[in-house]
Design a protein around this ligand. Structure first.
Ligand code: NAD
Ligand code: WQD
Length: 338
């Protein structure tokens, strides 16, 4: 089956391509390199031996997007990763985020409907839950007012998918990722964003390698076991596997609901200080960090209840924070010399 990956040269999209190829899917990608370069395609080729075609097209461009479908009338599934994702930037440039993330989605949905696509998987986020009242967070946890324009694009996008796809034959799954991190075990593929990373794990590896002099732990006065904030870090290859399983579930279960959503995390909260300790333990590196005040907009704690994905998608994450740190570090060491 041919699957179109939007955002296929980005971080999660490129790792998912590896897993899809290993599962026997044929893959093409569309990505305008706004937050990536071609290096992920080389990594994919080294790992799988397959050259992936990427259409360098902005998904807001209606005319150019049509070309992908006219040249590939056999696309049956779409995984829509393409979006801008920097929370802080979305606060400064809300119009850019609504324009890019919403108009790309509308255009890809329009093409999905017109081209009889059967399966549609969307990259959502735990950010739709805001700061939850109860932990762990399952899919019945109420969606709260978004804390950023980025978060709002995810909430609106889920609603749009539901409204648009309910009167079609397209079956859709929204995957709500918690905190994706880590790299492919081969160290041929990892995170290579065009913009400087803002997430904890790449900041840790960049500090250890010397690209940053030091790093800060944002707050040690939260009501948590060591005072630092708690997140659910999910290895990118476990996340990739969940996308393959979501597609396989839709293909196999002809009576699956037309619209569904799943949490993807490992179900364990890890504090920032525990994450740093895990990095130091598995790599033997000493990290130069200091404690600073809380980062505005951060929530104290969130982690997933992923029982629904386990039961229905038969998905079980296999890797933990130590695997994340080790693979992210191996990638950091080689990424600039490849
Ligand atoms: P990424 O930036 O590495 O990948 C997204 C890709 O989409 C990039 O390569 C970018 O060039 C491309 N893109 C963006 N806008 C485009 C457009 N208009 N046309 C064509 N290509 C476009 O990000 P990622 O971490 O791989 O995230 C993938 C998806 O998962 C995003 O939708 C993101 O919001 C979501 N998500 C990410 C995280 C995370 O922490 N990484 C967490 C939850 C959800
Ligand atoms: C993790 C923890 C920081 C950097 C973001 C988005 C969310 C989702 C995932 C897309 C927090 C702390 C970080 C540093 C630190 N993305 N930290 N020092 O904020 O949980 O989630 O990415 O959907 O929507 O908001 O991830 O990796 O930025 O932070 O102490 O230099 O690490 O305060 O507690 P976050 P993160």
């Amino acid at each position: 089956m041919k699957v179109l990956i939007t955002g296929g040269t980005g971080y999660i999209g490129s790792h998912t391509i590896i897993d899809l190829i290993n599962a026997g899917f044929e893959v093409i990608s569309v990505d305008n390199y706004i937050n990536s370069d071609g290096s992920a395609l080389q990594g994919i080729e080294k790992i799988t031996g397959k050259k992936i075609k990427n259409y360098n097209i902005d998904l807001r461009d209606k005319e150019k997007t049509k070309i992908i479908f006219s040249e590939n009338p056999d696309i049956e599934g779409i995984i829509h990763f393409a979006a801008l994702k920097a929370v802080g930037e979305s606060v400064e440039k809300p119009l850019l985020y609504f324009d890019n993330n919403i108009n790309s989605l509308l255009n890809i949905l329009d093409n999905s409907v017109k081209n009889n696509i059967k399966y549609f998987v969307f990259s959502s986020s735990c950010t739709v839950y805001g700061s939850p009242d109860k932990l762990p967070v399952d899919e019945n946890t109420p969606v709260k007012d978004a804390e950023s324009p980025y978060g709002r694009t995810k909430q609106i996008s889920e609603q749009i998918c539901k409204d648009v796809l309910q009167n079609t034959n397209i079956k859709a799954i929204m995957l709500r990722y918690f905190n994706p991190a880590g790299a492919h075990e081969s160290a041929f593929l990892g995170e290579s964003p065009a913009l400087p990373p803002l997430n904890l794990v790449p900041i840790i590896t960049e500090t250890a390698i010397g690209k940053r002099k030091s790093m800060q732990v944002f707050g040690d006065d939260y009501d948590t076991r060591d005072g630092s904030a708690i997140r659910d870090y999910i290895h990118v290859m476990d996340l990739a596997d969940a996308h393959t399983k979501a597609l396989q579930y839709l293909i196999k279960n002809t009576n699956a609901p037309g619209y569904d959503f799943f949490n993807l995390g490992i179900g364990q909260g890890v504090t920032v200080l525990e994450a740093i300790n895990a990095f130091e333990k598995v790599t033997g590196q000493k990290l130069n960090y200091s404690i600073s005040k809380r980062r505005p907009g951060d929530i104290p704690a969130i982690y997933a209840d992923y029982t629904k994905a386990k039961k229905m998608l038969n998905w079980n994450p296999k890797r933990n924070i130590e695997d994340i740190m080790l693979t992210a570090w191996e990638w950091e060491k080689v990424r600039n010399i490849q």
